[in-house]
Design a protein around this ligand. Structure first.
Ligand SMILES: [Zn+2]
Length: 196
């Protein structure tokens, strides 16, 4: 299920990201009609945090009566099923693209802001493994820790990093997961390359 971004036609890739479309919304991505809702949700994720207790304040976020965290396994299962379906549709770039849009909405100004967002939301612990090329190490990856695969599977994370790094660097990047915890690696490693 490897996402061969490097072998993909770059024109196609940029079209997917909305870069080649004159009608693309400012910012260079296709924005759904639910854009405001997504934006609002991301803002909640950023704000709804008790810094001292280091927990998410769910009451600020929802009126739902069952205010308990949904097990991480449910989301992993959803992602695994999504990946299976996406593979059946030969559209492995989809999960990356979803992550990309999420990353754009996080809209971090710099690496530290992105690192904090990941840590606060227990998505993983980021560390810069290398600066040239940029390689980001993600410890305790929420998506794949505990799963087994013979290939990297964190397409969503790769997309999030792509969207976020595009905001940080102010240029289009392509992100490739080079090693994954699901393969037995100690962490997930993502290589971030600006598109020339
Ligand atoms: Zn991974």
């Amino acid at each position: 299920m490897k996402m061969e971004l490097k072998t993909k036609n770059m024109e196609d890739f940029l079209t997917i990201l909305g870069k080649n479309d004159d009608d693309a919304t400012k910012g260079g991505i296709y924005l759904s009609n639910d854009d405001e809702l997504i934006k609002e949700s991301v803002e909640h994720l950023k704000k709804g945090y008790d810094k001292e207790k280091y927990t998410f304040i769910e009451s600020k976020y929802t009126n739902r009566n069952i205010k308990e965290y949904v097990p991480l396994e449910i989301f992993r299962l959803m992602i695994m099923i999504m990946m299976k379906k996406i593979k059946e549709l030969n559209s492995e770039i989809t999960l990356y693209d979803i992550g990309y849009e999420f990353g754009r909405h996080i809209n971090p100004k710099n690496y530290m802001e992105l690192k904090k967002f990941f840590r606060k939301n227990n998505l993983g612990v980021l560390k810069i493994e290398s600066k040239n090329p940029i390689i980001i190490k993600v410890n305790d990856c929420a998506l794949c820790d505990g799963l087994e695969s013979n290939e990297p599977i964190c397409y969503f994370d790769a997309g999030v990093l792509a969207g976020a790094y595009e905001c940080i660097l102010n240029k289009t990047v392509v992100v490739d997961e080079i090693r994954c915890m699901a393969q037995g690696a100690d962490a997930c490693y993502f290589k971030i390359e600006p598109v020339k």
